[in-house]
Design a binder for this molecule. Structure first.
Ligand code: ADP
Ligand code: MG
Length: 242
């Protein structure tokens, strides 16, 4: 049985509440309103996953499913520079797949199976998991169909995490209207979208919110082995930091 590993976040405090980072063979989810740093964390993990093991990394390649069109290779370069790894190699080690719709997002997993079979990959990022399902199943009457198709998708992802010993990191939105984020700032109790299907699939869930000034707060909501603690972090040119 291959040993599990954890991919650190770039923030010591955040790693602290996660017992070192996001665990392999499991599905990790961060959710929160707009501009909390979900995508920035996704980019930071792309670099951390590649770092040498003696520096806390997993020495592996990354597959990144971009469902919102917000992946930026320039960010990988900047983050790689912070951690002192070769920026060009860092970008090359991230396999980007832009998903056009929910069906395409699901089909991408078939291709990724081949990538993962090489044994070189340690991280799968999905930013964000529900966005395209939300668009494709908009009508009220389509909720059951949406949940069913999302459930199949997550099921497959869970099996891949287990089979290939990779960390799955996915971002998710919250139920409130993102445009109204200022209105809801600081309000706790916002719920991730995706309902029971996603709640059941995610092994570890972390809620992100804005704190004071530039500060952001991560709070563990649901984890098999970490208590519900909070950590603060900031977003920098070099990615997520304390
Ligand atoms: P989310 O995905 O949760 O909507 P993002 O991960 O896109 O949020 O984070 C957006 C925030 O990241 C913005 O506040 C922006 O100012 C900050 N940000 C983006 N790029 C940089 C950078 N190069 N340096 C510092 N902060 C950045
Ligand atoms: Mg984003």
């Amino acid at each position: 049985r291959k040993t599990c590993f954890r991919i650190p976040t770039g923030s010591k405090q955040w790693d602290g509440i996660l017992n070192g980072g996001f665990q392999s063979r499991s599905i990790n989810e961060v959710y929160g309103e707009f501009r909390c740093g979900k995508t920035q964390l996704a980019h930071t993990l792309c670099v951390m996953a590649q770092m040498p093991k003696d520096q806390g990394g997993a020495e592996g390649k990354v597959a990144y499913i971009d469902a919102e069109g917000t992946f930026r290779p320039e960010r990988i370069i900047q983050i790689a520079e912070r951690f002192g790894i070769d920026p060009e190699t860092a970008v090359d080690n991230v396999t980007i797949a832009r998903a056009d719709n929910s069906e395409h997002q699901h089909e991408l997993l078939t291709q990724l199976n081949e990538n993962f079979a090489t044994g070189e990959y340690r991280l799968l990022v999905i930013d964000s998991i529900c966005a395209l399902f939300r668009v494709d199943y908009m009508g009220r009457g389509e909720l059951n169909a949406r949940q069913q198709s999302l459930g199949l998708h997550l099921n497959r992802i869970g099996h891949m995490a287990e089979e290939f010993n990779i960390t799955v990191f996915m971002t998710n939105q919250v139920q409130s209207d993102p445009g109204a984020s200022a209105l809801f700032a600081g309000a706790d109790g916002r719920k991730p979208i995706g309902g029971h299907v996603l709640a059941h699939a995610s092994t570890t869930r972390v809620l992100l919110r804005k704190g004071r000034g530039e500060e952001r707060v991560a709070k563990i909501q649901d984890s098999p082995d970490c208590p519900e603690r909070e950590a603060t972090y900031i977003i920098t040119t070099g990615g997520i930091n304390d």
